[in-house]
Design a protein around this ligand. Structure first.
Ligand SMILES: Nc1ncnc2c1ncn2[C@@H]1O[C@H](COP(=O)(O)OP(=O)(O)OP(=O)(O)O)[C@@H](O)[C@H]1O
Ligand SMILES: [Mg+2]
Length: 238
C-alpha cells in the first residue's frame, strides 16, 4: 500500500537564484512498512527531500501526493528545544496533536522511559547536550506513533553508546509498527546496512539510484553505477 509519493518534484530554496535547485525532478514512492535510507554527500538534497515529504516546503514543479490525515513525524538534523522541561517539551508535541494535557504527560513520560531518558524529565530541555536533545526529539517523534517517520541524520551527533540506543529505538519502532514507513538520511553506511531495506542515492538534488539495500552494496551493481561507487569511496563505514 502506498503511503506517499513524490512526482517529478523540483524545489528552489529562497536564497537560491537562477537555475540552481535544491531538488531537481525527484520522484519517490513510499509504501507502508518500508525503511528507506537517503544517502549522498553534503548538500545533495537529503534534508530538502525530507522537508518536502513532510510538507514544510512546496515544489516549484511537480507535486507530492499524500492521503488526507497521513500522520507524519520528523526528527530534524538540528534539534530545536523549547523553553520547557524535557517532559513538557515532549508532552507539548502530543497535546498539539489532540491529546489532553494529562494524557500527554503520561504518554510523554512513557516515551522518555522507553528511550532511557526518564532521569532527564525534569531538566530544562535547552540545557541538554546536543546528543541528549537528539534523543529527546526522537522520543517525541516516536510518541506520536506516526504512519510515516522521517529522520534527518538521527545519530549524527551521538556518541557510540547513544547511537546504538537510537538505532535500537528505530528498530523497535519498525518492528512494533509494521505498517508504518521510516525514511532516514544518513552518512553512516553501516547504519544504512543495519536499518534500511532500500537506498535512495542523491547527488546535486537528483535521485541517481533507488535500489534494494543489497544491490546498493553489491560490488557488481556498484561497478555499473559510478554514482554509488563514488559515494562508497566517500562514505563513512562506522
Ligand atoms: N536555507 C537555504 N537557502 C538556500 N539554499 C539552501 C538552504 N538550505 C540548503 N540549501 C542548499 O540546498 C542544497 C541541498 O541542501 P540539503 O540541506 O538538502 O542537503 P543535505 O543532503 O541534507 O546535506 P547535509 O548532508 O550537509 O545535511 C544545497 O546546495 C544547500 O546549499
Ligand atoms: Mg541535511
Amino acid at each position: 500500500m502506498e503511503l506517499l509519493s513524490v512526482h517529478e518534484a523540483s524545489v528552489r530554496l529562497s536564497a537560491q537564484t537562477g537555475a540552481q535547485l535544491a531538488l531537481n525532478k525527484v520522484s519517490l514512492r513510499i509504501a507502508a512498512g518500508e525503511r528507506i535510507a537517503l544517502v549522498g554527500s553534503n548538500g545533495s538534497g537529503k534534508s530538502t527531500l525530507l522537508r518536502l515529504i513532510n510538507g514544510l516546503l512546496l515544489p516549484v514543479q511537480g507535486h507530492v501526493h499524500a492521503p488526507n490525515g497521513l500522520s507524519q513525524a520528523m526528527l530534524f538534523q538540528r534539534p530545536h528545544m523549547l523553553r520547557l522541561s524535557v517532559l513538557r517539551h515532549v508532552a507539548l508535541g502530543l497535546w498539539l496533536r489532540g491529546a489532553s494535557w494529562s494524557a500527554a504527560l503520561v504518554r510523554a513520560l512513557d516515551a522518555l522511559q522507553r528511550a532511557g531518558l526518564a532521569q532527564l524529565a525534569g531538566q530544562a530541555a535547552r540545557t541538554l547536550s546536543v546528543g541528549q536533545q537528539q534523543r529527546v526529539a526522537m522520543a517525541q517523534a516516536l510518541a506520536l506513533q506516526p504512519a510515516l517517520l522521517l529522520l534527518d541524520e538521527p545519530t549524527a551527533s551521538l556518541d557510540p553508546h547513544a547511537k546504538r540506543e537510537v538505532e535500537a529505538l528505530m528498530e523497535d519502532f519498525a518492528r512494533s509498527h509494521p505498517q508504518a514507513a521510516m525514511v532516514f538520511a544518513s552518512h553512516n553506511l553501516g547504519q544504512v546496512k543495519r536499518l534500511a531495506q532500500r537506498v535512495v542515492y542523491l547527488e546535486g538534488g537528483r535521485v541517481l539510484a533507488d535500489l534494494p539495500v543489497a544491490d546498493f552494496f553489491d560490488p557488481a551493481v556498484l561497478q555499473s553505477r559510478s554514482a554509488s561507487a563514488h559515494f562508497f569511496t566517500q562514505g563513512e563505514l562506522a
